[in-house]
Design a protein around this ligand. Sequence first.
Ligand code: PXP
Length: 239
Amino acid sequence: MKRLGVNIDHVATLRNARGELHPDPVYAAKYVSKAGADSITIHLREDRRHIKDLDAQKICSIKKLLVNLEISTNSEIVKKALKIKPDFICIVPENRKEITTEGGLDLKKNKINIKKIISKFKSKNIRTSLFINPVLSDIEISKELKTDCVEIHTGRLANLVKAKKNHSYELKRIIQSSKLARKLGIEVHAGHGLDYKTTKLLVKIKEIKEFNIGHYLIGESIFYGLPKVIKNFKKILKS
Ligand code: PXP
């Protein structure tokens, strides 16, 4: 069964726009889980532009809720994450000026540091994942780094599909990367820019076990409501 992780950062974005307490990401985490999400994703960014430390603490302490905390390799964030103890972490690259995570990690450049971070989380029984581009050499490095999972950045594929451009090469890269990762014993996830159409394309790749979806899912929910949109995505993942 393929799993759906729902990224609720944008609930915090909306709350922060008013500087008040509503809508509450803690309530959203519980609600989304009730509506059928298999896990919740939150990103504790260095600039705290959406999820704040207290949100992350409260969300990670909700019983029976699987929380995937996205973090950069920044040492202050790593320390916070080790203290907050989510169920899963996903290491992502972070650049202050970006609107969202623009690409996968530069594993070659950051190998030593990432390996140390992974071992810290693994020693606390926290599942580790690396957000990477669909490149075979990055899958091989991921194996060396002993991560449990990789999350393949699907942003480029999503942009090509949305622009109605040829996406066959990008899809092939994702398929080959997923197959190699599985062969090496790494669990495969996918995320970034996914909507119904791209999720339908990727669901055919049997190696992908988890989809992490945020912006489109929250955006659609403004019109159709979270339960309905989550149900639609779950239906696609079952197909
Ligand atoms: N996965 C990772 C690692 C991400 O950084 C993000 C964006 O925060 C997502 C998934 C979700 O992407 P989107 O909001 O475009 O669905």
